[in-house]
Every structure is written in C-alpha cells, then in structure tokens.
Design a protein around this ligand. Structure first.
Ligand code: FES
Ligand code: FES
Length: 159
C-alpha cells in the first residue's frame, strides 16, 4: 500500500479532513471512501462524462483527476445539487422531459448541463450538443437531454 497523505476538501458544503493514497482519483475517493455513489464510473479514462462533478464551480471528469490535486477546493456532486428536499431545476427538467432511460449517465449529464448553462454555452441546440458532447448516453436520450437544458435556460431559472 502507498503511504496516505492528508487532504482537506469541502464536499457538498461539508468539510472533510481525509487521508488518501496519492494515486486515488477524485472519483474513487467520492465513491469508495465517502460512499457518495451518485457520481458514476463509466469508462474511468475521460471518455464518457459519467463521473462529472464540479470543482470550484467548474465541471471536471473526476476519474481523470487525483484527489490530492484538489486540496482545499470545493466539490459539488449530484448529491449536493438539490437544496434540501427541493430538486434542482435541472433535475426537475430531466424528469419532465424524460432525459434518461437507464439513468447511468444521468448524474454526469445533469452536472454537465448545469455547468453548460453557467458557462454560457446553452444558447442553441447545436451549442448545447457541442458543449454536452463529453457526456455519452448509451441509451440515446440526447434529444430529451437537450430539451431539458433548453427549458432551464429559457426559463431563466437560476442554476
Ligand atoms: Fe470519467 Fe468516463 S468515468 S469520463
Ligand atoms: Fe442510459 Fe444515458 S440514460 S446511458
């Protein structure tokens, strides 16, 4: 085993002081050490987007980044998106527009979709498709995902 190193993180508004192996990815830290299993592991090499989370407000593929590189940062996962028992508007929109089938890609899609709007990259269907292209859906729910994002964008709700 590797020697563990200390790591401080704010995850979904909660402060953590952790000990992690230097080779642990942020994804494995979330899922295996903290049991935040909403974030999914699809490919584990940056090709599917299932593991998308926000770090200091920016979307990242958590399988591609080492946990120790995020020391002191603020991480938001799908578990932290809702406010109490009120779903985030993007979660509501995915439900309304059937933006998922098996649901495996959905947490990553939703985290990416929120970022896509915040980045200002949701101004047209084409732009949404381009900026959501890192999130693969094997079920092909793309038209419904785009519709959900457009609804939130056009509804002008704060994301
Ligand atoms: Fe990270 Fe596929 S699991 S991009
Ligand atoms: Fe099944 Fe996207 S809903 S992979």
């Amino acid at each position: 085993a590797f020697e563990k190193v200390p790591l401080k993180l704010d995850i979904n508004g909660k402060k953590y002081r952790l000990q992690v192996e230097p080779r642990t990815t942020l994804l494995d830290l979330l899922r295996e050490q903290l049991h935040l299993t909403g974030t999914k592991k699809g490919c584990d090499y940056g090709q599917c987007g299932a593991c998308t989370v926000h770090v200091d407000g920016q979307r990242v593929n958590s399988c591609l980044t080492l946990a120790v590189m995020q020391d002191g940062r603020k991480v938001t996962t799908i578990e932290g998106l809702a406010e109490g028992d009120k779903l985030h508007p993007m979660q509501e929109a995915f439900i309304k527009h059937d933006g998922f089938q098996c649901g495996y890609c959905t947490p990553g899609q939703i985290m990416s979709a929120v970022a896509c709007i915040r980045e200002g990259h949701a101004n047209s269907e084409g732009e949404i498709r381009e900026y959501m292209s890192g999130n693969i859906c094997r079920c092909g729910a793309y038209p419904n995902i785009v519709a959900a994002i457009q609804e939130v964008k056009n509804g002008g709700q704060k994301v």
